[in-house]
Design a protein around this ligand. Structure first.
Ligand SMILES: [Zn+2]
Length: 466
């Protein structure tokens, strides 16, 4: 099937408005009253207010549909990465498609996390270089998606990309293929508006494995040598930029008991009962931990530090008191929480509660096979100032209240920790849809978000200093 093509790079500035839902001149008077009096920079404005879906927007949505059709469940990202890399080459961007193995990542803690082997899971870096030297902005998107959870339970097929009532459906529609395509679209829009007449570079790294082991995919790009002054992590944020993201710990709890026949159960130690105590204790700990040291960027979320069990197993031969049960899940923290401190606290609170129930204190073993750091960018950093200025002129302006943190972990912590990269999380779609049956992304939000991000990136690159 022929694909809509975007013209190759041109230094000619387009004469028509480029991106977005409506022209600035068509605003209602009520909207006009709510808008700031000052004019946005000329070029940024033309990225945010257009009357119709442009050629770029149609090409973006076509690519999104083709991306959703690729079942890129963690471990099987390669076909999707190749699809996007090929399309980016045809659009005239520089593309670096590379494969990394674990040996090259040695020495970085992220590489030590439990993860699927990296073999056959490439990374792509897609770049648009400006004519003059300057800052680098790096979009970051993950190529993998989670499993579909029963294909026959989907109303619209998980790989269909069906578009109904302005929503595009499919696994990964909002997490994170919609955001990925919005980032690529932002690069197309920057090039359409400015060609290569800007200082610095805009690039997009498409990394594997975020749903499997946070930071590992970004590490492949860091080790390849890519550095950034500012990063925009493409995840579903309802089209609003976020200035922070959570740290997190993956936990695996083994509960040990003593196996005996069920009719003489008083002689044994029941690991299944122990697991019930563990699950109850985790609920109590979640509410206790959510009351303390509140982070202002997370006060809007009902659960401040979620503890989510996603796996339980156990049992043995029928009719027995069994000697082993397991549970695993994520403990999601605030950006500035120290991982070591909270890890110790998690173990000691859990053990104390088990002992209080009469279960042996040495009856559990807790491992943390994956750890990732959050980040927090000061809201007076130039990337935040650029994003806030442009979001106020976008169709998302009425939903913009204040800076908040992204309510999840993401790939932003690694570069922030290594290079203090100013980092935002930003993309169309909502976390409320991520990982669900019938996941979707609002199509107009993909279009609008790409325009707002393009305008913010240009405002940042054009700004003085870092
Ligand atoms: Zn994601």
């Amino acid at each position: 099937m022929p694909e809509p093509e975007i013209q190759p790079p041109s230094s000619k500035t387009s004469s028509r408005p480029v991106i977005g839902r409506r022209h600035r001149g068509t605003r209602s008077s009520a909207e006009d009253r709510s808008k700031p009096k000052t004019s946005p920079p000329r070029q940024g404005a033309s990225l945010i207010g257009a009357t119709s879906v442009s050629e770029i927007d149609s090409a973006m949505l076509d690519l999104l549909r083709r991306c959703i059709a690729m079942p890129s469940i963690s471990g099987d990202e390669q076909p999707l990465v190749k699809l996007v890399a090929d399309q980016a080459s045809r659009w005239g961007f520089d593309v670096d498609l590379f494969q990394t193995d674990e040996a090259r990542l040695a020495g970085y803690p992220a590489a030590l996390g439990r993860h699927l082997p990296l073999s056959g899971r490439p990374t792509a870096v897609i770049a648009l270089k400006g004519r003059a030297p300057g800052k680098t902005v790096l979009f970051n998107a993950h190529s993998d998606v989670v499993a579909v959870g029963g294909e026959n339970r989907w109303l619209h097929g998980p790989w269909s990309g069906a578009t109904i009532d302005g929503r595009m459906y499919g696994r990964g529609a909002c997490d994170a293929k919609g955001p990925l395509v919005a980032g690529l679209g932002a690069m197309l829009k920057i090039r359409q508006l400015r060609g290569h007449d800007f200082a610095g570079m805009v690039a997009l790294e498409l990394i594997p494995g975020e749903e499997d082991c946070v930071d590992l995919g970004t590490l492949t790009s860091v080790v390849r040598g890519y550095r950034a002054d500012a990063a925009i992590i493409l995840e579903p944020t309802e089209g609003l930029p976020r200035c922070a993201a959570r740290s997190g710990l993956r936990f695996e709890i083994s509960v040990h008991g003593r196996a005996v026949h069920g009719t003489v159960k008083w002689l044994g130690i029941d690991a299944v009962r122990g697991l019930r105590y563990v699950l109850g204790a985790l609920d109590e700990m979640e509410s206790q931990f959510s009351q303390i040291e509140r982070d202002g960027r997370y006060t809007d979320y009902p659960v401040l530090r979620p503890i989510t069990v996603d796996k339980i197993s156990g049992g043995g031969w029928q009719g027995m008191i069994c000697d082993k049960a397991l549970c695993a899940g994520y403990f999601e923290l605030c950006p500035e929480d120290d991982l070591d401190t909270w890890q110790e606290r998690f173990i000691s609170e859990l053990t104390d509660r088990l002992v209080a129930q009469g279960y042996p204190g040495d009856g559990i073993d807790v491992q943390f096979p994956e750890r990732y750091r959050g980040f927090f960018t000061p809201t007076d950093a130039s990337v935040c100032r650029a994003a806030e200025k442009m979001i106020r002129y976008s169709s998302a302006a009425e939903r913009w209240k204040k800076w908040r943190g992204f309510n999840s972990g993401c790939e932003g912590g690694l570069r922030f920790a290594l290079h203090r990269t100013q980092t935002l999380v930003w993309g169309p779609g909502s976390l409320e849809q991520a990982h669900r049956i019938d996941e979707f992304v609002p199509v107009q939000e993909v279009v609008d978000c790409s325009g707002a991000m393009a305008a913010a990136v240009l405002a940042y690159l054009d700004s003085e200093g870092t």
